[in-house]
Design a protein around this ligand. Structure first.
Ligand SMILES: Nc1ncnc2c1ncn2[C@@H]1O[C@H](COP(=O)(O)OP(=O)(O)O)[C@@H](O)[C@H]1O
Ligand SMILES: [Mg+2]
Length: 271
């Protein structure tokens, strides 16, 4: 996807010191540092996932411990689907999606979030209906920020901050936000990859059911109705409109994004 960001972020690696270093505007970095610390603590306690330890926050830079043997979960899924029969790919991937549902429930639990300076979305970002649901959110829970570790087959969560496309920071909001960001990125169609819709729908449902169970949600029907409504109203291709120039690429703007939106709508109806 051709992405034009409001704020450019540059990343680099210092092999000698074993650091991964990010550059970004200071308010974004401050929030990312706090959220990454929250994520790191959570990962240490829960053992469901890993998260790189934030090391130093300085002016304009934030460094993390350097991770090895990682690739975005998106690449792992695509590879698995390409190399296996549908049945076998589903078998392999399902357990990761169950795990991921538990991980997101853990993040939303807000456990040990004492050090966190709470930051809400701008008050007019969502319809007021959604402001009642307020949990600690990851912010940018895309299939690129969930990593797969080829060494231990574990999940690693990175990039604990709302996308730089938005000109604000937030770490509190409706639980449906992270789920919607995740599903939006999962359903992104691409001509380079072969990523079957029916597999994605099935995996999305596994992820949602696992999240519901791990979050101990009692009103399941109400939750699903809400998620379906939220997904239609705030999927990424809607909230990114005007912020990302999809028309840079004719295929992306005219074919792939409309296809993605269509399959997301199908999913919303079938949750
Ligand atoms: N701690 C780390 N060690 C090694 N590589 C990392 C680390 N954190 C991120 N990366 C790599 O850099 C990429 C971008 O990192 P991310 O934190 O998502 O930055 P951005 O805000 O630019 O999306 C990731 O997809 C991953 O491949
Ligand atoms: Mg990222």
């Amino acid at each position: 996807m051709s992405v034009k960001r409001n704020n450019s972020s540059e990343n680099r690696i210092d092999q000698e010191k074993g650091l991964f270093i990010k550059k970004a505007p200071q308010d974004k970095l401050n929030n990312e540092y706090q959220m990454s610390s929250y994520g790191y603590e959570l990962s240490q306690n829960s053992k469901l996932f890993q998260s790189p330890k934030p090391i130093v926050l300085s002016k304009g830079e934030l460094s993390f411990e350097l991770l090895k043997d990682i690739s975005p979960l998106r690449s792992f899924f695509i590879k698995t689907i390409k190399e296996n029969s549908t049945k076998e790919a589903l078998r392999i991937l399902k357990s990761h999606f169950v795990q991921l549902g538990k991980v997101l429930a853990d993040i939303h639990s807000g456990e040990n979030s004492n050090g966190l300076e709470k930051k809400a979305f701008p008050s007019d970002f969502f319809n007021s209906k959604w402001n009642q649901d307020d949990v600690t959110i990851h912010g940018d829970f895309t299939t690129n920020n969930v990593l797969f570790n080829s060494n231990n087959e574990g999940i690693t969560i990175i990039d604990w901050s709302i996308s730089p496309i938005f000109d604000f920071v937030a770490n509190q909001g409706p639980r449906y936000w992270d789920i919607t960001v995740f599903l939006s990125s999962l359903f992104l169609s691409s001509i380079k990859t072969y990523f079957k819709t029916e597999i994605r729908v099935e995996l999305a449902k596994v992820f949602i059911e696992s999240y519901i169970e791990a979050s101990n949600i009692k009103e399941v029907l109400e939750f699903k109705r809400n998620l379906s409504e939220f997904l239609l109203e705030y999927h990424l291709y809607k909230v990114y409109k005007g912020k990302i120039d999809f028309n840079d690429s004719l295929i992306m703007g005219q074919i792939l994004i409309p296809k993605t939106i269509k399959t997301l709508k199908q999913l919303a109806k079938s949750i």
